[in-house]
Write a protein that binds this ligand. Structure first.
Ligand code: GLC
Length: 643
């Protein structure tokens, strides 16, 4: 890039109505700071194509126009967020991921539930997809047919704007999705492609015969092997094969076409202008395809994300970017960027490895695999953060590396087989009621569906009317959620879990859902269910209260803000793992038996306050501490006298 480029940018943006006057100075500063990145990344990806100057001009115009239509209110929120550096790492942020219709009826109904969420302590809402998608083929909203119109099932664009305004008023945050990898086959682009329009056909991967699809499928893993095997679907209207990595009705977009990037960036910035605080980029690992590869996590996918982040930083800087990359731990780290781009790709990533490792530890009663993986997970760049969770609307996959399973003393193949048996409830010792999802007989892979409560044992305990089993199930829930909430980053609860909702099998009778058992953990929340939280003796009341208390504990101590201050440490028994942040030492016992462990190597005083129970804990003279099954402590050094 040369000076010429800066002049050119200035000229282009002025043409788009942005003057160099004081009000727009922050924009110009950001543009100049990002100019090199924008140009360099765009030309790295598309420079070899004809007319790149023209598509680059259109790309910059998209940024300028988005900034021009950004509201004053959002511009001043951008400024506040910039002062409160790394606002995403604040311990006061606690999220919930929810389906608008299943949680609140519709967007208006959701506004009425904001008091409930605040009572719980939640102040960031992840709305699972709300834009238009065909009811019968929607993949839970992840098959978008219109990126800019709210689906009438949930309400109108005005209802979404009203919700956002109400959130802003209450100091709450909005998170939503952009599904970049694919559109619905009912999206206007796909419809025009089917009608034979070559411009829109080039938005997708279409092939006249099976020769390229066959070669590509040889190296592409299947995402939904049971319900949507293969990665291509024949479309009779075009008489061609279309790439459909997910379901047959989700057509993969071809990002090697810069028109696709430009169109998607405009949608992304449009969401920024709706007031979205955190944008969840759906399935970003898939956005670049190349023959002979798995077509996942390719270098160009990262260049595209860095370019998107750079555009967002200029036009809608208050919007953070979350990468939903559910991969092996090392690969997830790639989404924070490397080298010069470290910390300049996604602001947040799903801590999918941590999530799966907690389920691993809970099944085995052994935290060594969880501990060993921290060597990778804790390398996250300062200022970026994790989205931590125990459950979400998707399945649980055990995609962590074999080497640590081995180092922890297990045989990877047998270990994974055990996890599948355990969480699907087939293992004789399992308290869980889960379902195997995505079973692939070719690879023996499978993932797990089921709600937090059903996996932790609530459903079985209630069926058997077994009070001891119920106590244990609730202890497991508390342990899992405590570990997640005290990790730092943004904890994202999954709706229904705060009330201990068990599996909902009604999806089996609905042909638009029965092929996908992830619906087992996507319940409709009734008003009666929610009311039960007032009864402290009910399962709902107890589980709600424990969530409330954990959230309050996190918010009360700024040491839980994510400043990369977590130190993990093993104890002398594998079932117990320690996690220290400054003067707070949290200990988690993943085992189902009582256990006494020695806390060596940490200067924890003999008498220490447990912030969770509010009681003083006495270590033995030898520094030993006893744990009940699934018990955890949150010890605060130097506070026993207050206990
Ligand atoms: C993401 C979503 C998942 C969806 C997939 C395809 O992984 O979380 O629910 O099926 O993308 O869009």
């Amino acid at each position: 890039m040369n000076l010429n480029h800066l002049d050119q940018l200035t000229q282009w943006c002025s043409e788009d109505g942005i003057k160099t006057q004081a009000a727009d100075r922050p924009f110009w500063n950001r543009l100049m700071a990002e100019a090199h990145t924008l140009h360099d990344l765009f030309f790295q990806i598309y420079g070899h194509q004809p007319n790149t100057e023209t598509t680059y001009r259109a790309f910059i115009r998209g940024i300028a126009q988005a900034y021009s239509s950004r509201s004053k209110a959002l511009k001043s929120r951008d400024a506040q967020k910039a002062i409160k550096d790394a606002w995403i790492t604040d311990q006061n942020l606690v999220g919930m991921s929810l389906y608008v219709d299943r949680f609140g009826g519709d967007l208006k109904g959701l506004v009425k539930q904001l008091d409930y969420l605040e009572e719980l302590g939640v102040n960031a809402l992840h709305l699972l997809p709300v834009m238009k998608s065909p009811a019968e083929a929607s993949d839970g909203g992840y098959a978008v047919s219109d990126y800019r119109s709210v689906d009438p099932r949930f309400g109108s664009n005005k209802d979404l704007a009203d919700l956002q305004a109400e959130l802003l008023k209450r100091g709450m945050y909005l998170m939503t999705d952009i599904v970049v990898n694919h559109t619905s086959d009912q999206h206007p682009w796909a419809i025009k492609a089917k009608e034979g329009d070559p411009f829109y056909q080039s938005f997708y991967y279409t092939y006249a015969d099976r020769s390229i699809p066959d070669q590509m499928e040889a190296t592409m893993p299947e995402v939904f092997p049971e319900s949507a095997p293969g990665s291509f679907t024949f479309n009779s209207e075009m008489n061609a094969w279309v790439m459909t990595v997910f379901h047959h009705y989700q057509w993969d977009l071809n990002f090697s076409n810069p028109q696709v990037l430009n169109a998607m960036v405009e949608h992304i910035l449009y969401y920024g202008n709706l007031g979205v605080d955190i944008l969840r980029i759906d399935a970003p690992a898939f956005i670049w395809k190349q023959m002979g590869t798995t077509c996942q996590n390719l270098p160009q996918a990262h260049l595209l994300l860095q370019l998107i982040k750079s555009a967002v930083r200029v036009a809608t800087p208050g919007m953070a970017i979350l990468g939903e990359a559910i991969l092996a731990p090392e690969q997830i780290m790639d989404f924070f960027g490397h080298g010069l781009m470290q910390g300049r790709e996604c602001d947040l990533a799903y801590n999918a490895a941590q999530m799966a490792l907690q389920w691993d530890a809970l099944a085995t009663g052994d935290t060594r695999n969880l501990w060993l993986n921290q060597a990778i997970i804790s390398r996250k760049p300062l200022g970026t953060t994790w989205l931590n969770y125990t459950r979400c609307h998707d399945d649980i996959g055990f995609g962590f590396e074999d080497k640590y399973i081995e180092q922890a003393g297990f045989t990877p193949y047998l270990h994974r087989a055990f996890l599948k048996d355990y969480w699907s409830g087939q293992h004789p010792d399992s308290p869980a009621k889960g379902m195997l999802f995505g079973v692939n007989p070719k690879t023996n892979d499978a993932r797990i569906s089921g709600t937090l409560a059903s996996l932790c044992g609530v459903e079985k305990a209630l069926e058997l009317d077994d009070t001891t089993a119920l106590e244990r199930a609730i202890a497991r829930i508390a342990l899992m959620q405590a570990q997640c909430l005290l990790l730092g980053g943004i904890p994202m609860l999954y709706y229904g879990d705060e009330l201990g909702h068990i599996n909902d099998y009604s999806f089996q009778d609905d042909p638009s859902k029965s092929y996908d058992n992830r619906w087992v953990h996507r319940p409709i929340i009734s008003a009666e269910k929610r009311k039960k939280r007032a009864d402290q003796a009910s399962v709902e009341g107890r589980i709600f209260a424990l969530h409330q208390k954990l959230i309050a504990l996190r918010k009360a101590h700024d040491i839980f803000a994510d400043t990369n201050n977590v130190q993990w440490w093993p104890t002398d028994h594998p079932s117990v793992i320690g996690m220290s942040r400054g003067s707070i030492h949290a200990l988690f016992h993943y085992g189902g038996q009582s256990k006494t462990v020695t806390l060596s190597g940490r200067s924890i005083p003999q008498k220490t306050l447990d912030l969770w129970t509010g009681k003083t804990v006495n270590l033995s003279n030898e520094g030993q501490l006893t744990f009940a099954p699934y018990q955890f402590y949150v010890l605060q050094q130097g506070s026993s006298d207050r206990g």
